[in-house]
Design a protein around this ligand. Structure first.
Ligand SMILES: Nc1ncnc2c1ncn2[C@@H]1O[C@H](COP(=O)(O)OP(=O)(O)O)[C@@H](O)[C@H]1O
Ligand SMILES: [Mg+2]
Length: 299
């Protein structure tokens, strides 16, 4: 077993995040999420996989309260935030950080100014608007940039950074929030293989070393297998798999991504090694779209 899985099993009994039968229906439509239940422990990295439209983004938006779920409970540190308002909501938002596929940086601002925005939840609106940050906050922002290898770029404008560098600034900003839970919506979908790996290694480090729970939407199955403690697969808004990456078979992957019959000689008892092997052709490329895993399974 690799180090990080062993580590996660030591996590406390109280889940950091627990979703209980959460459903979401957008106006006049079917359910985008259907009775989703899952848990994230401190220090655990949970990957959410599923094809486009499966409900991955909806799930994260319900947790960070960009949208309200229609039914169910979302317990964060033991308290239901599904219907939280006001002070309770602000407290939860502060402790739940988010990183995005498209970084969501202020491009005319420098890297360090972007990172400092991670403190906004802790300041009055006026102090935040005026960009009033203490020396201590500035020092911490610099340290966060240093942690993600971006200290030399602290005073560079965000629009002059590469995609991978922008995402690292996004991670530093999230860290400045001192989160208990980190949400990431397809954080590597726009990145080259090398930057993708750097970002996943940072998320892994944040989970293992800082004991932050990470809930990460990923399209790249091989990265989910390599970096997560647990994989939750969504299909049409429902959880169709929840378990350790080494229990995710090619047959299950095929089912998740809508194959009527798994292609090639893949059976339900197939071992993780064969899934790894199926993903292997993508390993060098660093990023493995699902289709490639399925293709590899045919051979
Ligand atoms: N704002 C919205 N209004 C209506 N329907 C939406 C909205 N956002 C997403 N959906 C629908 O909800 C389902 C899940 O979408 P989404 O959560 O974005 O999936 P994913 O992130 O896995 O691609 C899809 O059918 C999508 O069309
Ligand atoms: Mg999405």
């Amino acid at each position: 077993m690799d180090g990080h899985s062993a580590h996660a099993s030591l996590a406390g009994d109280v889940p950091l995040l627990e979703m209980r039968s959460v459903s979401k229906r957008y106006d006049g439509r079917g359910r985008a999420l259907s009775e989703v239940s899952l848990k994230v422990a401190p220090g655990e990295l949970v990957a959410v996989i599923g094809s486009s439209g499966a409900g991955k983004s909806t799930l994260l938006r319900c947790v960070n309260k960009l949208i309200d779920c229609t039914e169910g409970e979302i317990l964060f540190e033991g308290r239901d935030i599904a219907r939280a308002r006001g002070r309770e909501l602000r407290h939860a938002r502060r402790r739940i950080a988010m990183i995005f596929q498209h970084y969501n940086l202020v491009y005319r601002a420098t890297a360090i100014e972007n990172v400092l925005q991670g403190r906004l939840g802790y300041k009055s609106a006026v102090a935040g608007m005026l960009g009033r940050y203490s020396e201590d906050e500035k020092r911490r922002a610099f340290e966060a940039l240093d942690r993600v290898g971006m200290a030399p770029f602290a005073y560079k404008r965000a629009d002059q950074l590469s995609g991978g560098q922008k995402q690292r600034v996004g991670i530093a900003r999230a860290l400045l929030q001192e989160p208990a839970l980190m949400l990431a919506d397809e954080p590597i979908a726009s990145l080259d293989p090398k930057s993708s790996r750097t970002v996943m290694e940072l998320l892994r480090w944040i989970a293992t070393e800082l004991r932050v729970g990470c809930l990460v939407n990923l399209h790249q199955v091989d990265f989910a297998l390599e970096f997560s403690d647990r994989v939750v697969a969504l299909k049409a808004g429902e959880v169709v798999f929840d378990g350790a990456p080494d229990r995710l078979t090619s047959a299950t992957i095929a089912e998740i991504y809508g194959e009527a019959e798994p292609r090639g000689a893949v059976g339900p008892t197939e071992s993780a090694e064969s899934v790894e092997a199926a993903a292997a052709p993508c390993r060098n490329a660093g990023s493995c779209p699902v289709e490639a895993v399925l293709e590899a399974g045919v051979a």
